[in-house]
Design a protein around this ligand. Structure first.
Ligand SMILES: NC(=O)c1ccc[n+]([C@@H]2O[C@H](COP(=O)([O-])OP(=O)(O)OC[C@H]3O[C@@H](n4cnc5c(N)ncnc54)[C@H](OP(=O)(O)O)[C@@H]3O)[C@@H](O)[C@H]2O)c1
Length: 341
């Protein structure tokens, strides 16, 4: 197999973790799958862009960025002024799109993934926006070009949620699911259980890099809603945007609510769920008090879990402990291997 050429659109926590994983797994990819690769493009919004058909030294780029530097300004390496120009010129056969999520429209990631497919690249992303706002369009385009639109990492990071249903559960119909899917709010609720106020818990989650500077997307349930919408769209074949999900965040919960629940041996969780009813699906995100008999009771900190109910199996639960950019990067690597072999 010719070396696969890789481009990274968005090179923050996830893009850089993926670069480290590709470097670490290079020999294994070659010995087990015959895959060799070289990076030909990296694009960021504020840290520069780099295109080199001959191959980019990822070790060096990672070291430069870790030292607070920009991507090389070497004039022989033509950069690009926007994402679409970058895609047109990056010489890649696989595009990894890892830019921030846009809950409202999925842009500009949708246009970037579409352009990548139109240029003959596999389009792989950890960004939930394109799945909920352009799933049909991108999937059909990929199928027509015999390419892959891959998004395994969008829900529960590297845990194989979408491929589980695609590969391991043929002819099963998903009737409902229920899970804890937002790491930030789960960590905040765990910290509140340990005695912190909402503000202290948010500060702590920000300090360790789990919550964003503006944590509203998590606290108000938008991140959870976009994950529910992605699962409903793909696994239940019912088009659902984050705006279609009934949504209540955790900002109304007080330390007294948490203490009162604990006195009854209960625990608050931000529960993500959806249920098929006739030809409709009802999807919602809301805090709930749950007891020890609930499989989600022991999901603490940044961990997450989901229980699926299908027409063929009893409840099937997938849980992941302490995910992060590294596990998200693995989902992207898995998408790449599945696209190529
Ligand atoms: N972090 C996780 O563990 C995790 C887990 C699951 C899914 N995800 C998803 O993965 C994606 C990336 O997350 P992250 O944590 O890596 O974010 P991040 O650290 O903020 O990195 C985002 C990257 O995208 C670039 N960027 C910003 N706006 C852009 C635009 N309009 N076009 C192209 N690139 C743009 C940024 O450039 P500058 O830095 O120069 O601004 C940066 O390189 C997000 O969609 C996120 O929801 C992340």
């Amino acid at each position: 197999m010719e070396p696969v050429t890789l481009a990274f659109l968005g090179f923050g926590n996830v893009g850089q973790a993926l670069a480290r994983l590709l470097l670490a797994k290079s020999s294994e990819l070659e010995s087990r799958y015959g895959i060799t690769w070289r990076a030909t493009g990296i694009y960021t919004a504020h840290h520069g862009a780099l295109i080199d058909a001959g191959g980019i030294d990822l070790q060096r780029v990672l070291a430069d960025l870790a030292g607070g530097g920009q991507l090389s300004a070497d004039p022989r390496r033509q950069a690009a002024t926007d994402g679409l120009e970058f895609i047109a010129r990056c010489h890649a056969s696989v595009l990894f799109e890892n830019s921030p999520v846009n809950y409202q429209t999925g842009e500009p990631a949708v246009s970037h993934l579409q352009a990548a497919l139109e240029h003959g690249m596999h389009a792989l992303t950890a960004n939930k926006g394109p799945v909920v706002h352009a799933y049909d369009r991108l999937r059909r385009l990929a199928e027509a070009r015999q390419l892959t639109f891959g998004f395994e990492s969008t829900v529960m990071d590297g845990a194989p949620i979408f491929s589980l249903w695609r590969e391991a559960l043929p002819a099963a119909d998903l009737q409902s699911f229920r899970g804890v899917l937002n790491s930030t709010t789960n960590l905040i609720l765990s910290l509140m259980e340990a005695g912190q106020s909402l503000e202290q818990a948010v500060g702590e989650a920000q300090r360790i890099g789990v919550a964003e500077t503006d944590p509203r997307g998590d606290l108000e349930g938008w991140d959870a809603a976009v994950k529910v919408a992605a699962l409903v769209t793909v696994l239940m074949d019912f088009r659902c945007t984050p705006q279609d999900v009934e949504r209540q965040g955790i900002t109304g919960l007080t330390p007294e609510d948490i203490r009162q629940a604990a006195r009854q041996d209960l625990r608050w969780k931000l529960i993500c769920q959806a249920e098929r009813s006739g030809d409709k699906v009802r999807a919602r995100v809301a805090p709930e008090q749950i007891g020890r008999q609930d499989p989600l009771y022991t999901v603490m900190g940044t961990s997450s879990a989901i229980t699926f109910n299908s027409d063929v199996l009893g409840p099937l639960t997938v849980a992941e402990s302490d995910p992060g950019p590294e596990t998200t990067a693995y989902g992207l690597l898995a998408d790449m291997v599945n696209a190529l072999v």
